[in-house]
Design a protein around this ligand. Structure first.
Ligand code: HEC
Length: 192
């Protein structure tokens, strides 16, 4: 480094400044980051084969669920199954966590309702008369897609867990931002 420090020609309150050049190692790191960004961009942003963080999370979640579901096998989606799991704290916790990750943005963390989705902790429902209707709305959506259809994204077991979770949330009457919507329906119970 043969640079002679040069005193710059401005001066404030008696304070002067040397013109010290930015060190070589700094330039090296600077150029290295730029060079690094090119293959990084090509590999991670342009190549659809490389999983994104979101894909990895989704895959891990699915694998974890599959491991848990191995215990109960492939469930039948019907009224009795939904009601059975609505009494099972262990599986309700699984349903609750699915609900938080996929549904809470519209329906609130606990199903208390959000700015878009109705409160599902009261006794009022718009599209639901029996517990099985919860599953139908989850699979097929409602209100022309305002409630999205989840049928091709969720396995049958996941639909059961979410429906059971909503059966269990009913009647908790958690305060949400929206007024009650729809009609009061009879209690969910064993199919008659
Ligand atoms: C994009 C926002 C949005 C998301 C995300 C969403 N919902 Fe909804 N959901 C709605 C809206 C809006 C309605 C009301 C539809 C209507 O007016 O008929 C609704 C209605 C429902 C109903 C019927 C309630 C009733 O009173 O008839 C159920 C059950 C339901 N959602 C479950 C879920 C579940 C479970 C998830 C997550 C897998 C979910 N929703 C995710 C917006 C959403």
């Amino acid at each position: 480094m043969s640079h002679e420090p040069k005193v710059l020609d401005h001066e404030y309150d008696g304070i002067q400044e040397y013109d010290n050049p930015t060190p070589g190692w700094w330039h090296a790191i600077f150029w290295a980051t730029i060079l690094f960004s090119i293959p990084y961009f090509v590999i991670y942003e342009m190549n659809p084969e490389v999983p994104t963080i979101q894909d990895t999370l989704e895959a891990t979640r699915t694998a974890e669920l599959r491991k848990q579901f191995a215990e109960i096998g492939e469930l039948t989606l019907d009224e009795a199954t939904i009601l059975r799991f609505a009494d099972d704290p262990k599986w309700l916790a699984v349903g609750a966590s699915m609900f938080r990750s996929r549904c809470a943005s519209c329906h609130g963390q606990q199903g208390e309702g959000g700015s878009v989705g109705p409160n599902m902790t009261d006794h009022h429902y718009k599209n639901v008369k029996v517990a099985m209707d919860l599953a139908k709305v989850i699979q097929n959506g409602a209100a022309g897609g305002a409630m999205p259809a989840w049928g091709h994204q969720l396995s049958t077991n996941e639909v059961v867990m979410l429906s059971s979770f909503l059966v269990a949330q009913r009647g908790k009457n958690l305060p949400g931002p929206r007024p009650a919507e729809g009609e009061v329906i009879p209690p969910f119970g064993p199919a008659k």
